[in-house]
Design a protein around this ligand. Structure first.
Ligand SMILES: COC[C@@H]1[C@H](c2ccc(C#Cc3ccccc3)cc2)[C@@H]2CN(C(=O)Nc3ccc(OC4CC4)cc3)C[C@@H](O)[C@@H](O)CN12
Length: 292
């Protein structure tokens, strides 16, 4: 019917069905935030609330120097061979390193110093130049601490949450890559007690209020502790991360003052996400069939 004035009026004569206010609306086709991204935001919010600044992690490619040598990880360490690490073919080597700092790292590996015996081996520059996919975000922490040491000292709290790559056999709970979460505090007079305190604070914000610590070893931290937390709903103790105090052999060649310590800890994003969302096969975190 054409839109004449009288036609527009005739709706008054039409019979309308009673409006059903209980009818459900049509389901909205909406997207979902991926569980990993929701947990990443949860961790980021916790770090920001605790006064931590985020480190720039936008370089998956790293030199062996920053990923290993700067951390006092010896060149013959098993983690540094191609069974555990993805080395790059092109560009296979890094271009620039701070030469004076490289000299101090070479010396502390070969003959110690700063009160350390060192490892007593021939440190090779070619090994340090090899490019790789970073195996931990601790490579970013070493860059940040070196940069901090080039200015008059001020205490800092940094965190990072990003992808790391390990050339390992994949299985139900391990992929060749995962997201590492890392926090560090750099200040004068820090002790293991401060580390235990900040870990209790950090994990209590995740609902883990009972923590236990077990002595552990990392090449770049001494002492080191594995962290366990009692998970109420699982009703059992779960391993929730690793931690320690960066060694003087790492901090002093950077130029940090002798009375400055750095406490640090790390965990993953995948494991807490799997626990928080009840996912028992890590592949269910990825791929098309996700409906978290
Ligand atoms: C090769 O994979 C290592 C990974 C990953 C990990 C381990 C250590 C570090 C580190 C470090 C570090 C140490 C010293 C200084 C700086 C960084 C980072 C990631 C998780 C670390 N882990 C881990 O995330 N477990 C975890 C964390 C949180 C959590 O939250 C609860 C649900 C609320 C539950 C579980 C422990 C285990 O899963 C472990 O089997 C697997 N680990």
């Amino acid at each position: 019917t054409d839109l004449t004035r009288e036609n527009l009026q005739n709706w008054k004569e039409l019979e309308f069905k009673e409006y059903n206010f209980n009818a459900k609306g049509a389901p909205l086709e909406a997207g979902h935030l991926h569980a990993l991204l929701k947990v990443r935001k949860q961790f980021k919010d916790i770090f920001v609330q605790m006064g931590f600044e985020e480190m720039p992690t936008n370089n998956f490619v790293e030199s062996s120097f920053w990923n290993f040598d700067a951390l006092f990880q010896p060149q013959q360490h098993p983690a540094r061979d191609s069974h555990d690490t993805f080395f790059l073919k092109a560009p296979s080597t890094t271009r620039t390193l701070p030469e004076d700092y490289v000299e101090r790292v070479k010396r502390v590996h070969e003959s110690g110093g700063y009160g350390s015996r060192g490892y007593n081996y021939d440190w090779k520059r070619e090994e340090a130049n090899k490019n790789l996919l970073r195996t931990h975000t601790t490579a970013v922490s070493s860059r940040m601490l070196y940069a901090l040491a080039q200015k008059p000292f001020e205490p800092k709290k940094y965190f990072s949450i990003d992808r790391v790559f390990r050339n390992e056999a994949v299985d139900r709970t391990h992929l060749a890559e995962f997201h590492q979460v890392e926090g560090l505090i750099c200040d004068r007079g820090l002790t293991l007690g401060h580390l235990i305190g900040v870990l209790n604070d950090f994990f209590s914000r995740l609902g883990m209020t009972k923590l236990r610590f077990k002595p552990a070893y990392n090449p770049y931290t001494e002492p080191s502790m594995e962290i366990f937390g009692y998970h109420e709903s699982l009703g059992k103790w779960v391993e929730i991360g690793n931690s320690g105090m960066f060694r003087p052999e790492m901090l002093l060649p950077m130029g940090l003052p002798e009375d400055v310590q750095v406490i640090a800890w790390g965990l993953s994003l995948e494991r807490p996400t799997m626990i928080l969302y009840g996912i028992d096969n890590i592949r269910d975190l990825f791929g098309h069939k996700v409906d978290l």
